[in-house]
Design a protein around this ligand. Structure first.
Ligand code: BEZ
Ligand code: FE
Length: 292
């Protein structure tokens, strides 16, 4: 039998809410909701949450929802700046990483569907994007180091000014974006310009939260990759410039140690980046693409 509710016994209230949840037919939803309820009650008790503070929090969530649409997603950004998105992604890839697979990183909000297919060695930056040359050479391999030919490799990056092409009227459509196919030796390569770091969007509720926390808002310079090959789990990751001033303070906590790379000077004012992308066997499924 349930204990009677009383203001001096928060445990009875928690027990009643958990009992109400027990009628949830879906077992996973029941489990997730029970854990969520327990943690929310513990959180409110720990900080002695006031009714006014609860209202501020609920108003914030409403604002996050209102600021979310096809072109912008403050909900994803909230999970990102709280480190929740990175936690969930790293946790779901832990077996692959323990076996030697490349660590994943967030897809983020800037990947576009239908990035142009280019041949290996192609230049992906237009003349209107000046900056130091960056030559990228990559290899897609399995956990034993055997090359994976015919893999689809998507890449996208910000410009040397720290802007993606869809944010910047000065860049051509699909600039600094491409899709490649690995050759018989699992290799792909392209020529680009060195990206710069950039701030996450700060003109919405998440930006206000970051300001209230006195937090830095930058992501260190990086290149995104998504690799898709038959018989392997899809890998979404990023390689970060270890020399970026924000290399160790990524606002979305995606710049894990194994993904920090030296962009090596080529002796002519440009840079080289060599990357290995190690895939785990499994079902190939592309993640949700945030932009058309
Ligand atoms: C990105 O890597 O493009 C990104 C990820 C999370 C928030 C904002 C941008
Ligand atoms: Fe990015």
């Amino acid at each position: 039998m349930n204990r009677p509710l009383s203001s001096s016994d928060p445990g009875a209230l928690l027990a009643a809410v958990l009992a109400a949840n027990e009628t949830t037919p879906d077992p996973r939803l029941r489990q997730v909701m029970a854990a969520g309820i327990r943690h929310l009650h513990a959180f409110a008790l720990e900080v002695d949450l006031t009714p006014a503070e609860l209202q501020v929090g609920l108003d914030f969530l409403v604002e996050v929802g209102k600021a979310t649409g096809a072109e912008r997603n403050e909900g994803i950004l909230l999970a990102d700046i709280l480190g929740l998105a990175t936690l969930v992604q790293l946790r779901s890839a832990r077996h692959s990483v323990e076996a030697g697979g490349t660590e994943p990183a967030l897809v983020g909000p800037f990947w576009r569907a239908h990035q142009p297919l280019r041949s290996n060695g192609a230049t992906i930056s237009s003349d209107t994007t000046p900056g130091p040359r960056l030559e990228v050479r990559g290899r897609v391999v399995d956990l034993d180091g055997t090359p994976v030919p015919g893999a689809r490799v998507e890449t996208w990056q910000a410009s040397p000014k720290g802007m993606y092409e869809n944010q910047d009227p000065e860049q051509e459509d699909m600039n600094l974006r491409a899709r490649f196919e690995t050759d018989a030796d699992g290799r792909f390569s392209f020529v680009s310009v060195r990206p710069a770091g950039y701030p996450v969007p700060t003109d919405g509720p998440c930006g206000r939260l970051l300001a209230a926390q006195g937090r830095k808002v930058m992501r260190p310079a990086h290149l995104h990759f998504i690799v898709l090959a038959d018989g392997f789990k899809c890998l979404a990751t990023q390689f970060f410039d270890v020399d970026d001033p924000h290399a160790y303070e990524d606002v979305v906590f995606g710049a894990v140690g194994s993904l920090l790379r030296k962009f090596e000077p080529d002796g002519h004012g440009g840079y080289r980046l060599d990357v290995d992308l190690k895939l785990e066997p499994g079902e190939a499924r592309l993640p949700h693409c945030p932009l058309p």
